[in-house]
Ligand binder design. Structure first.
Ligand code: ADP
Ligand code: MG
Length: 301
């Protein structure tokens, strides 16, 4: 097969591992920097161009689109879909997953366990919405934050109100969430490929840090999932329409709750912690699934 990886840099660990795994299985791989792609939106023959060359003949495309380039990245991916190239994750699913509020709404519709979450637009409603999620301590998040940046723990009602008012004053979209204290600064990353959890790890935040992100100094270790955690992760990926997903859970007293579903989950931490060749599993999945024009939406919506 001929596979395109949409990534800004071939030296990134995950990109590099996907190239390696695909070549090992005999495929031809091309890394395409999305920001250097341009397109003609013609109705009979949609195309993607790259530095003067038409990108043609691909069987599958693997999006590895960073959060800061979601808009343009999704447009390039959608264009590949319209050309009939099989996307490992579809553009619609990708944009869904990049908005934390939209994701939580979709997950709640499927009855998946979530931290109680509130959303408000006006500072006048801040007090009420904090009450709605059970009062302080609460976690306040930017809707489009990533790597733990823009996630704040407010320990008191007063702190919560002023942080929320501050974000609102900056016109930032935020949500407020029940603080799952019993998680103890740890979360669980479940790596889902094709409706199965293929690897999982526990991430523990650094001393005194409630955020477990590896980018914030967290450390990863192997973990055994309960059947409930496993099925929650699979259902979450499915609700988002993602074939490849990193589903992040917290162990709450009343069972697993989903914090977010990542559509370009990193391979470095999970491969090191689990000892699994996750890149190879993704390529195998593509081998089994890729057919011309086989997308749920073909770039629609
Ligand atoms: P990001 O997209 O920036 O990673 P997350 O929503 O995943 O944002 O939050 C970052 C980290 O903060 C999580 O990995 C988790 O450790 C911690 N965290 C987030 N929400 C909660 C919560 N409601 N209760 C307890 N810890 C939380
Ligand atoms: Mg996270």
């Amino acid at each position: 097969m001929k596979i395109a990886i949409l990534s800004r840099n071939r030296k990134l660990y995950s990109t590099h591992r996907l190239i390696e795994a695909a070549e090992k299985r005999g495929h031809e791989v091309r890394v395409v920097d999305i920001l250097r792609c341009y397109m003609n939106i013609a109705s009979n023959k949609p195309m993607v161009y790259y530095k003067g060359e038409a990108l043609e003949g691909f069987d599958a495309v693997i999006p590895r689109i960073g959060a800061s380039v979601t808009f343009y990245g999704a447009a390039v991916l959608r264009q590949f879909e319209m050309m009939g190239v099989y996307p490992v994750n579809e553009s619609v699913a990708l944009t869904r997953s990049r908005d934390k509020l939209r994701s939580l709404q979709l997950l709640s519709r499927k009855g998946i366990g979530l931290p109680v979450t509130g959303f408000a637009n006006k500072p006048d409603d801040v007090k009420e919405v904090i009450k709605l999620v059970g009062g302080a301590p609460v976690v306040i998040k930017l809707l489009e934050g990533t790597q733990g940046i823009g996630v704040v723990l407010a320990e008191t009602q007063k702190a919560a109100e002023s942080v929320m008012e501050g974000f609102m004053g900056l016109k930032a979209n935020i949500l407020v969430q029940e603080f799952i204290k019993e998680a103890g600064g740890a979360d669980i990353r479940c790596f889902v490929v094709g409706g199965k959890v293929v690897a999982a790890m526990k991430r523990q935040g650094a001393e005194g840090e409630f955020r477990s992100n590896l980018h914030r100094g967290g450390s990863a270790s192997l973990i055994r999932l309960t059947p409930e955690e496993r099925s929650t992760a699979v259902k979450s990926a499915q609700a988002m329409g993602l074939n490849v997903a990193g589903v992040d859970l917290l162990r709450a007293n009343h069972g697993p709750v989903v914090m977010e579903v990542n559509s370009s989950p990193g391979l470095e931490g999970i491969e090191a912690a689990s000892g699994k060749d996750v890149a190879d599993l993704i390529i195998q999945f593509i081998e089994n699934q890729a057919k011309p024009g086989k997308t749920a939406t073909k770039g629609k919506g």
